[in-house]
Write a protein that binds this ligand. Sequence first.
Ligand SMILES: [Fe+2]
Length: 1004
Amino acid sequence: MLRKATFSHSSRVCALSPPSRAQSRPLQRTAVSRAYSNGVSKGPAAGVPVTLHSSKTHPRMATAAQALSTATTTAPATPPDNRVTWAVEIITHIPKYDASDIGLLLTVISTKGERREAPLKSTKPPEQVERKGADSGEDLPGRRDSFAIKLPAGFEPAAIWVEDKDDLGDKIFQRDGDLSRLFLKVVTLSAGSSTVTFIANTYISTEQGNRQFIRDDAFSNAKLAGSEVLAALMADELQQLRGEGKNQNQAIDSPRSDPDRIYRYAIYNDLGGDVAKTPGNVRQPLGGSSEFPYPRRLDTNRGNVTINGVAYELPPNTADAALVNPGVFRSILASIAEVLPPGLRALVLGLNSVAPVSLAATPWTPQDDNFDTDKTRGFIGNAVSGVLPGALVSIDAAVGKKIPPPLRWLLQKLRVIPGDEFDSVEEVLALYDRGAQGPWSAFSRKLEEAEAGRLSGRTGQAAAGRGGNGDVLDLLKYDMPKSLQDRLDTWPTDEEMGRMYLAGQNPLTIEVLDPERLAQLLKDSAGIREAEERIRERHLGGKSLEEWAAAGEEAGAQPRLFIVDYWAVFGLLDTLEAANAGSNRVMHAGRCVLFRRSDGHLVPVIIELAHSSKTAPVTYTASDPAAVWQVAKLIFQSVDSGWHQLVAKLIFQSVDSGWHQLVSHWLRTHACTEPFLIATRRQLPAAHPMFRLLMPHFRYTLPINAAARGSLINAGGVIETNFSPGPFSMQLSSIVYGMTWRFKEEGLTADLAKRGFLDSKGGLRIKDYPYAEDGLLLWGALKEYFEAYVELYYKTDEAVQNDTWLQAWWNEVKTEAHKDANASGWVDLDSRSNLVLAALTIAWVASAHHAAVNFGQYDYSGWMPSHSPLCRRPAPAQGSEAWQKLAAKGVSSSEMFTYISPPATATKVMSTVKLLSAHAQDEQYLSTDAQDWLPLESDERVKAVFEAFVAQITKEVAPEIERRNADPANISRNPASQGMAYTLLYPSSGPGVTMQGVPYSISI
Ligand SMILES: [Fe+2]
């Protein structure tokens, strides 16, 4: 095991310690040829070994030093009068601004490999500067330091090493606790008309020794194109990021910790926590097998425990940094509890044990990918405010009858807790803040009086983080989901169910049911044919399904038949049924045929559900012949006949809810994007143009995925305990990944084409499909941006083919990052257009796809009855006792609730999706000009391309979405037709749960 080296700063670059024996032999390095703006590779041919000489250096940098010319140590002294003064400007983000020495050491490396340590002489006092995108200047403010250095005449800076001095790190640590990080933003060297910029965007610390940065025009300046020095430096940096080589100041074989910068792949074998102690938490490792394929995750190297020959990663050390600090959380609870009546106070203080988001240690992620201070603060605030409204329900469920009967009676009377079951829709509605109505208002007024002026700052922030005004009522009640605001009676209707597949939280699964697909469906399902005959006259205008499918194919016609098909899990049902025996979970396979009526509304007409292969699937229809009319009517005549008639739709919507969370959201965005991030960090130098284009699309993805592994998708986590697939949830997503995930089908246009929505010219075949329509606007803007950007760096297709960095990256994506994915599903990186397509697909999934399925979660799933995560009873067969009970005249709506989530699990999911639907203060949206990586200050061409993109998003895309929402012809997004404005792909947003805004990346 390599131990972390502690090293003496007395042996800095100019007086380097001798290399070890192992280091002293000539290094065989593969020189890397690259394609630059002229499209010509000027470097040595790939595969040609270049012998480089080692020199004295700090151990960590030995490899890089070997890459440098021996001229460093043999160069003749330059006469002092032949030296040029360079101005150095360093922008950092620091824990606290003061005028003390920034404490950095700079070494400049020339294009020829010469090296000069440059004492930094301040030319003026440091300035505090505005930090773009920051919530406030309070934490990690920007700071500009100005220095002067002297370099020999003709010395052209190509790279720099920056080292954080010991004393500053210690000082920061002591004065700011866990905010010991110094973020190096950018370094600029200028002399005369020459300006060289080094974009850093990284946390540095004393433990890392020298950190290397390459000038930002390394890939666009023809003079640098063949530089072996730069190629070797970049190769060395990547080697370290891959955790390879032996000269790193990183403990490769130890569990990762700050400030390690190691990006390696691992399979999902860490979901069970401490499985040695809790064998019941053992879960099938995902990834690395054809049976359970999965995208790779970031390796945290915590060591394994082997059970029955299978290795499971040990849980994070509880001493590791937690994403949400338990101490902070407890202090917030205490400050809230102090304003409550004594009985409630005890309950709130017990909240820690029922928080939906684990406050336990979160798996390690590298500092450069971690949440920033503002993001962490917002996350804490949202976690707290999200959990509070359901807290009393959860505590009630947890302690049950231990609550003194009078208090429990009071709480129920006040509708703070509904008890073990919802007995009516009104009981669900009582969880929400509906203004000054009902007994709650009197209670809340009392609380308001009690709490006036007594909430702590952090509690106030927690409330403010959810858009509230900071009072207790605001913290203890859920906000009314926007899907119900001013349209409270809409949710149970067929029209609303259909609308949600075009404009809701999961608009990515609906498909056109064309004649070919229909023929296959009818072949597979006898029930659907039989059901069609029952509804043909009343709900299909007298035409058969075949006739409607054919009508949709006629020239100029729009498709009329659609399907949402979740039958793929049918093969798993028996396994799930056996595993769920004795539990309250029932998993269904389901498919729903939808018909677009001539009035434009899309409505479900047939739903087929199955919970076991041993029981015949049950088919429900929107109408029926006389013999079964009563039953059919009871299922579907929902609004005017009572809640009990909704069961078929509710079960199907529950299946959709699980699919949305596990497949459309978790698998296709979060899980599938992480390995692209890892490959990019490992294979593309930070100065590479595609690294800079893609990095904004990976911001915060590692820590949010780590948090998910810690408390959402883990054994016993929120998904397992509250969704129908239970402990099989992740296996389910693995099977779907193997069956359906193809990279080249993940971009918007390919996805729409696959689902039958594009015509031969690439146009949309239906009108009023908001996700597709607005998505195409964003897709088009991103595509133009990427095309123009790629054109700046690659003048020919051969330049793409000859870029060995790029090819190595893509090869690793296919063979490591997504090793288990279907091999036929890739785009070949053989042309500029395919490079654009590959990058665009990654960016699309991380930005718009994720935004569409993420930021509407609370405003749809926050209303449990139409998006129940859990189904507790099998869909009743026609004529069965359960069926008849539902069909009985005058049946209470409480019967309906026995099929779906009870209060305890419903509120847990409501709290969780509320947290996951919130934008942080420092969110970076497609519409904003915050861009950390592009050389906007130093490259006019890149600046022009980027500004054109921002202008297109803000001046064309956003206004067009507003126009569409205001157009009454678009009934799905028109309130007058019971629709609602589609804002999930509206580019910008403020913080909080806004149901709009498209960040660059998967940040929550
Ligand atoms: Fe998400």
